[in-house]
Design a protein around this ligand. Structure first.
Ligand SMILES: Nc1ncnc2c1ncn2[C@@H]1O[C@H](COP(=O)(O)OP(=O)(O)OP(=O)(O)O)[C@@H](O)[C@H]1O
Length: 656
């Protein structure tokens, strides 16, 4: 007997002891595997001249035996070799067992989440069965093998018994479940009936493309005997007939008006192994020179591995019902990598190989159309379901921003209006258009502040001061934000026609400006005049402080419009303080460019008077001490690290 791999064992434990109420999904999982196996064979037969299959014979069969308490799911698909039985059913094949291990550690006790997240497929059989026997014969193999396990101690693989898939052309797989005893909480009897299985198929597997067939008992009237008298009463008899239980039309071929949202939800959950139903379902069809059906979904939660290197974007690509590629990456731009779905087009050739997909003009045309469709769907959500859109943006907004960044700004025109930012003034998320529409007439830039927490940004003196001056500030807390702005450079605003009450505006391109940048002009004329006067009058003081701070700063200035802060740190040049912080956490930290820092003094603050007094009294040490403290505390307010906390504490103590 072979042992299961450690991770598989944990998963099996979860399955067996599952308190999960939806145990009935086991059938959907087994049918989906059977359907995949048929797809694989069907694809082979169309692309490999050595494989001959009668497409019409491909089907999935269900059977049950009430007395033996078994259910069998059979397919005549590609089958598994002995090695494949071992590899595929002895370990968790999908989603990476490492990822499973991590999630398992995090979600101790929440078994249902894990089952949902990983779509554990085959293993779900052990939720209802205490023994599973898989007999499989790979296409072209001359022998069938049987895999058997109780889901606890391990599994065995042996040659199949006499009569089990022994015919030459008997390729495919039978999965037989030996059901657990039925109990009050755990009614397994319900699966051992025609209506029970039929119900599960129509609810969970109705749109599987291959026929799911079962022998069913029907009743018919017996022929009337020729010698029947006048008082003859019709007699009935039972007979057996093979019936196809599912509708078989792929759900993506149906018009959305013909499909209930619950059916889309169920299809999405079972196909993409998501626990949650999708946030949006997008179904569309094209006819004409290039025809295709597409069914796309926007998940309502972020996939756990979205930002890991294992995450693969892509849509399933079918051509006339044959699965060509499970994840065709070329159909989705990176910034819509979260979209899941299916595209089916008879116009895409079957022989398409991975390398030629990019050169395929039909596929490119479909991809363009898909991108447009997703875009307009997101716009619709933004305009008509803001709450839903905020949820979406929380999940996937960062990817849209990376789209602008990674395209060096060339995608900015497409994506800018899908972005949301926290507004300091409104206390809610706004679009750039909303920001611009609310701007005072004299404002000619889009102001933002960048840092790691919204709370802190809101309290930054430059931000409060800007807001007090009537300027809104976008509060940016994601690492990508400022880098994205650098590539966007400007936001285009269309001309607005004037009317009797409002003055119109010309079309213009507004720059993005970090409120902390030294050249920001937020002060009133009076405040500026006062600052200019102080600069001239206290030139000696400024020079002395600059000398004291040395190469920590590139300049010391009196600045206007600092509100009630005694001093702030601003940056000059291409690298802002926040960018410096983000880069310093990355792999290029050692060679990271630094922001050029400017200490800005508030001449209207009482502290400035103290500085002046110290300088005039010739108290050089005291002035140096105060300069150093002002510099450090301004950094702290910005949420930036100070060079030497011990020195800072010592300075404060000394001053006190
Ligand atoms: N009926 C079958 N015919 C052929 N191969 C099968 C069959 N059932 C399972 N397998 C093989 O066993 C593997 C593991 O199946 P399992 O259901 O656990 O995971 P999966 O189908 O790969 O993943 P998921 O269910 O998450 O899509 C499959 O990938 C497939 O290779």
């Amino acid at each position: 007997m072979k042992q299961f791999k450690t991770e598989s064992k944990k998963l099996l434990d979860l399955m067996i002891n599952s308190i999960y109420t939806n145990k009935e999904i086991f059938l959907r999982e087994l049918i989906s595997n059977a359907s995949d196996a048929i797809d694989k064979l069907s694809f082979e037969s169309l692309t490999n001249p050595d494989v001959h299959v009668d497409q019409d014979s491909l089907a999935i069969h269900l059977a049950f035996d009430k007395d033996a308490r078994t259910i069998t799911v059979s397919d005549n698909g590609i089958g598994m070799t002995k090695d494949e039985l071992d590899k595929n059913l002895g370990t968790i094949a999908h989603s990476g067992s490492e990822a499973f291990k991590e999630a398992n550690a995090e979600h101790q006790g929440q078994d249902m989440d894990i089952i949902g997240q990983f779509g554990v497929g085959f293993y779900s059989a052990f939720m209802v069965a205490d023994k599973v026997r898989v007999v499989s014969r790979a296409y072209g193999a001359d022998e069938a093998f049987a895999w058997e396990s109780d889901g606890r101690s391990g599994y065995t693989i042996e040659p199949a018994a006499e009569g089990e898939r022994s015919g030459e052309n008997d390729h495919g797989t039978d999965v037989t479940l030996y059901l657990r005893p039925s109990t009050e909480e755990d009614n397994t009897d319900r699966f051992l009936s025609e209506w029970g299985l039929r119900d599960l198929v129509t609810r969970y597997s109705n749109y599987v493309r291959h026929p799911i067939q079962m022998m069913v008992t029907k009743s018919r009237e017996k022929p009337k005997p020729e010698d029947a008298g006048d008082d003859y009463k019709p007699e009935y008899e039972d007979y057996q007939e093979l019936e196809t239980l599912n509708s078989m039309t792929p759900i993506w071929k149906k018009r959305s008006s013909e499909v209930k949202q619950e059916d889309y939800d169920e299809f999405y959950k079972s196909t993409f192994h998501d626990w949650e139903k999708p946030q949006r379902t997008i179904s569309f069809h094209a006819e004409g020179a290039l025809s295709y059906d597409a069914l796309l979904f926007i998940p309502s939660e972020q996939p756990f591995d979205l930002y890991s290197k294992d995450y693969e974007k892509g849509l399933a690509l079918y051509s006339s019902n044959v699965l060509i590629q499970e994840k065709c990456a070329d159909l989705l731009p990176d910034y819509y990598n979260f979209v899941r779905g299916i595209v089916d087009s008879p116009d895409v050739t079957l022989n398409i190989s991975r390398e030629t997909l990019q050169q395929n003009s039909q596929l490119r045309a479909i991809a363009r159309r898909i991108e447009k469709k997703i875009h307009s769907e997101l716009e619709d959500m933004r305009d008509n379901d803001r709450e839903g859109y905020e949820k979406f943006f929380g999940n996937f907004g960062r990817g849209l921003k990376f789209g602008i960044y990674n395209s060096y700004g060339s995608k900015a025109a497409d994506l800018a209006d899908l972005l949301l930012f926290w507004s300091a003034k409104e206390g809610k998320q706004v679009t750039l258009k909303e920001y611009v529409t609310a701007m005072p007439a004299e404002q000619d830039k889009i102001y933002y502040a960048a840092g790691d927490s919204r709370d802190r940004l809101e309290k930054m003196p430059v931000v409060t001061s800007a807001v007090n001056h009537g300027f809104d500030v976008l509060l940016c807390t994601q690492d990508v934000d400022e880098f994205m702005f650098q590539f966007m450079r400007t936001y285009h605003v269309d001309a607005v026609a004037g009317d009797s009450e409002h003055k119109g505006t010309d079309a213009r391109d507004l720059e993005f400006a970090n409120v902390s940048s030294a050249d920001l002009d937020l002060a009133t004329e009076d405040e500026k005049k006062a600052a200019d006067e102080a600069t001239t009058e206290h030139k000696d003081l400024i020079d002395e402080l600059k000398g004291d701070l040395g190469d920590k700063v590139t300049d010391v200035r009196v600045a206007a419009g600092l509100g009630d802060a005694p001093a702030t740190i601003a940056s000059e040049g291409p690298v802002s303080l926040e960018m410096e912080r983000v880069i310093s956490q990355g792999p290029e930290a050692a060679s990271a460019p630094k922001a050029q820092r400017v200490l800005q003094l508030n001449a209207a603050h009482p502290v400035f008077g103290k500085l002046v007094a110290a300088q005039e009294a010739g108290e050089k040490d005291r002035l140096k001490l105060m300069g150093s403290i002002l510099y450090d505390q301004a950094l702290l307010v910005e949420g930036l690290p100070i060079d030497d906390p011990v020195e800072f504490a010592k300075n404060v103590t000394e001053l006190m």
